[in-house]
Design a protein around this ligand. Structure first.
Ligand code: PEP
Ligand code: MG
Length: 888
């Protein structure tokens, strides 16, 4: 059987599946000769076995003991040795980074005897007792699951007794007392004493890390980040390096470029006399790397050299965790660092320009979702609003909402439809649900690497952290501004994650510079760096992509914007809106019409109106193809509400004001009423039930095209029939369309090419696509209805009903209405694409459901050989970028 334990020396950064991200990168650094405290990694295989069977795999503990023995030999110290003990850290490390979501236990190996040995060996009893009380605290909270406040309260009491406010001001006697109190707490609350045997501590800590994979917050984080639930975590066991050994020691986190803006230059936080957890938890405000240069120039220089090496080796921005123990630098972690959308674009283009990476690599390092984030609006500056405080610009964006001071309230108010800003002194992993719910996050403590900042950046949430001038009182539910005024829960505040500014009240927002660039309003060469970076990446994506991008647009303004944003045509113009407003009355008359003649009168009135609509679309698209979909929704949607109309007729009759028209209308509404309108008289069925309706629409499209061509323009009409399930439906409608086309050609004497195609949005259509293609020039997949009818989920109800349960249970990781269900709905798409092309090799294939703008789904459509995706105008740049990424 493959071993469950790997020494750092034997692994590499490619082995993230087995060793987790942290383990693989510790191995990589070890192999590069970078100073890493020695240790080993327990594989994700072992974790998965534990999670499946509730017990560690056979042989695991034996392997661990053997590797501990090797480590002891190398370090010349033994775990629990009362003379000179070895201490180890036990850290989680999954394949994908889940900052702060899982557990860590430090200082494992200490006990009542070993602590004395450590004190003696180091000549620093305060340090030894501080390490011990930390172990007891972490063990109690993490391994035994005790309430963390039991320990925090004891620390607060000790500080009060000593008359100090900071942990570092507690002396050795205080810490010794705390260790005793913590042991009492453990005995009282868990019913068993703290285990003095180091291997027992170690095993329990490993199991606690395994278990933390399934903690609520880890599960929630994975769902958000779409990390599979069955990967499990690796566990890293490593000799401790101590950052808490006085002023010449400390811990820090650093980035090789600014993770917020992408700017070149190192960036980091450093906390003297502290362990790593203190930095990330944001419990004390940190110093900068420049401060470290002053405090310890030799370590600073070495750190910078290592950072340069790591960036060169990984060919990307890296983040690192380091510890300095009495002037000696140790690297505890590195990985390709999380970054904001802005930083992602800037770093990718900078590395491209620096010749470090290729165009393909640059493109693979930015995502459509990041581009979408950059298209969000931001605050109007200089609009009179004055910042009441400034913190760190931790995660960009402009967020306005009511201040709330705890995560449960943030979730509740968001569910009630109120936008909120979560305000905390610092956040912990327990705040994840509140951070997900809130528009933005504001903290008064912690740096750019604090939990709040890291998590907010990861999920694209606006965040300002470390706004020290604010006095946040979460218990009282308020914050006090520097001028002494108080902001209470429910008051509106605005935070700017790009500048770190905090405003009282609501600040106006302006469009993003990236949107202004797409609108053609700014020259990318004179624009902010992020715009130049986006411009460069779009240029690469457009040059490389195979998939074309169209827009869903049904009026001139949307079509024109789509064209500016780079749409190569309209993939779906829904004609429904052309039947609303004042035209509703015509629809009513159409439904009430008795016989062809009466109906024709209405068609004659509707035709010129529709024609004008289509002329505008063709003009806006300037010769690019325009797919017009014939009327789709059930007719009752255009009629008055049944209840309202019934009441109106009843009142009229009672007053003796009987209206023949209203009564007829009520009869029609009753006749057309359906229990399941989505499965009822709509789409092609409507076209067949009301003879002449689709022919009129087709004529309007073709006449519009003819008019545009006559005027010297270009028009490429594509007429699309919705909700077809059988080729005979399409054939019947196609005959009407082709007859209309012939008449228009004769009447206008212009050359006009038109296509007739169908939506594929019913399973039956997909399964008989070979036949349907005999009559269709193109298919456009209506994946909204196809998802609805394949799953049997009502697209209008389901997301507010049981979907959250399905997501919780992991039945799917994301709504199938958002991201294409590859194996079910996607399979129908692939069958239809393949069979359609068997019949007609040049069959054009596109998609116009919401999935056409979803990055993940775009990859699937590219793989499936579709010609284009069509999405809302604002998603067009996102789709262009994603289509480019598919090609690399
Ligand atoms: C679809 O069903 O995917 C589609 C594009 O049509 P609509 O959303 O208008 O039903
Ligand atoms: Mg549809």
């Amino acid at each position: 059987m493959a071993p469950f334990v790997h020494e750092f020396e034997s692994g590499s950064k490619e082995q993230k599946d087995l060793l987790g991200g942290k383990g693989a990168n510790l191995a990589e650094m070890t192999r590069l000769g970078i100073p890493v405290p020695p240790g080993f990694t327990i594989t994700t295989d072992a974790c998965r076995h534990y999670l499946a069977h509730g017990e560690a795999p056979e042989g695991l503990w034996g392997e661990v003991e053997a590797h501990v023995a090797t480590l002891e030999q190398r370090m010349g110290r033994r775990l629990g040795d009362p003379g000179d003990p070895l201490l180890v850290s036990v850290r989680s490390g999954a394949k994908f980074s889940m900052p702060g979501m899982m557990e860590t236990v430090l200082n494992v190996g200490l006990g009542d005897a070993a602590v004395e040995g450590l004190a003696h060996q180091t000549g620093d009893p305060r340090f030894a007792w501080d390490s011990y009380r930390r172990l007891l605290q972490m063990y109690g909270k993490t391994v035994l699951g005790l309430d963390g406040d039991l320990f925090e309260d004891a620390i607060d009491a000790a500080k009060r007794a000593r008359g100090v406010t900071a942990d570092v001001d507690l002396d050795v006697d205080d810490l010794r007392g705390l260790a005793a109190r913590f042991q009492e707490v453990i005995l009282r609350e868990s019913g068993a004493p703290f285990p003095q045997e180091p291997l027992e501590q170690l095993r329990a800590a490993v199991v606690a890390v395994f278990d933390s994979w399934n903690s609520d917050r880890a599960a929630l984080y994975r769902r958000r980040e779409r990390i599979p639930a069955d990967l499990g975590t690796a566990v890293n066991i490593q000799a401790m390096a101590f950052g808490n050994r006085g002023a010449d020691s400390g811990s820090g986190v650093a980035f090789t470029r600014d993770p917020a803006t992408g700017e070149r230059g190192t960036y980091g936080d450093y906390l003297p006399d502290a362990q790593g957890e203190d930095v990330v938890a944001g419990v004390r405000n940190t110093l900068t790397l420049a401060d470290l240069e002053r405090i310890d120039p030799a370590s600073y220089r070495e750190l910078l050299e290592i950072m340069a090496r790591l960036e060169e080796h990984y060919r990307d921005m890296c983040d690192i965790e380091f510890t300095i123990e009495r002037g000696r630098l140790w690297m505890l972690q590195t990985r390709v660092g999380k970054r904001t959308a802005e930083a992602a674009f800037r770093i990718a283009t900078d590395l491209l320009e620096e010749g470090v990476i290729t165009e393909e690599e640059a493109l693979s390092r930015v995502t459509g979702e990041q581009l979408a984030q950059l298209m969000f609006p931001h605050f109007v500056h200089g609009g009179g609003a004055e910042a009441v405080a400034t913190g760190m610009a931790a995660s960009p964006g402009a967020a306005v909402g009511q201040a709330v001071f705890d995560s449960d309230t943030a979730v509740r108010m968001t569910q009630e439809g109120t936008p909120v800003i979560l305000v905390r002194r610092e956040t912990t992993p327990d705040d994840l649900h509140g951070m997900v719910a809130a528009r933005g996050i504001l903290t008064s403590r912690g740096g750019k690497t604090s939990h709040a900042a890291v998590v907010a950046r990861g999920m694209g949430r606006t965040c300002v952290c470390g706004a020290e001038a604010l006095d946040v009182d979460t218990r009282a539910g308020c914050l006090t501004l520097p001028d002494g005024t108080v902001v209470r829960q429910g008051e509106t505040i605005s935070i700017d994650g790009s500048t770190g500014e905090v405003f009282r009240g609501e600040v106006d927002v302006a469009p993003s510079p990236v949107v202004r660039y797409f609108e053609g309003e700014v020259d990318p060469q004179d624009a902010p760096p992020v715009v130049r970076a986006v411009h460069r990446m779009m240029e690469v994506a457009d040059r490389r992509r195979r998939l074309r991008v169209r827009a869903n647009a049904d009026n001139a303004a949307d079509a024109a914007r789509a064209a500016r944003f780079g749409a190569e045509g309209i993939g779906l113009a829904r004609t429904e809106h052309m039947f609303l407003g004042e035209r509703r009355a015509m629809v009513e008359r159409l439904i009430l019409a008795e016989g062809d003649e009466e109906r024709q009168v209405v068609f004659d009135e509707l035709l010129p109106l529709q024609r004008r609509d289509f002329v505008e679309l063709f003009e806006a698209m300037g010769g690019r193809p325009v797919t017009v979909r014939l009327l789709d929704p059930p007719l009752h949607e255009f009629l008055p509400d049944l209840t309202e109309l019934s009441v109106r007729v009843a009142i009229e009759d009672e007053r003796g004001e009987h209206s023949e028209r209203d009564t007829a209308l009520l009869r029609a509404v009753l006749r057309l009423h359906e229990q399941n309108p989505m499965l009822g008289l709509r789409g092609v069925r409507l076209g067949l039930a009301i003879p002449g309706l689709f022919a009129m629409q087709a004529r309007a499209v073709l006449e519009a095209a003819a008019l545009v061509v006559e005027a010297g323009g270009q028009a490429r009409p594509e007429i699309m029939v919705p909700l077809v399930g059988d080729v005979r439906e399409l054939r019947a409608i196609r005959e009407e369309i082709d007859a209309a086309a012939h008449e228009v050609r004769v009447a206008h004497a212009v050359h006009l090419d038109h296509l007739v195609g169908t939506m594929i949005e019913l399973p039956r259509a997909a399964l008989t696509a070979g036949e349907i293609a005999q009559t269709a020039d193109f298919f456009s997949f209506g994946t909204n209805d196809l998802t609805q009818t394949t799953w049997g989920f009502s697209r209008d109800d389901v997301e507010s009903s049981f979907f959250s349960r399905y997501l919780e249970k992991g039945i799917f990781g994301v709504s199938p209405f958002e991201t294409i269900d590859r194996t079910g709905v996607g399979r129908l798409v692939q069958i239809a694409a393949w069979e359609g092309r068997q019949t007609r090799g040049d069959l054009k294939l596109g998609v116009c459901g919401e999935h056409g703008g979803d990055p993940e789904s775009i990859g699937f459509f590219d793989e499936s050989g579709l010609d284009y995706v069509s999405c809302s105008p604002f998603r067009v740049p996102v789709a262009r970028l994603e289509a480019g990424r598919c090609a690399v």
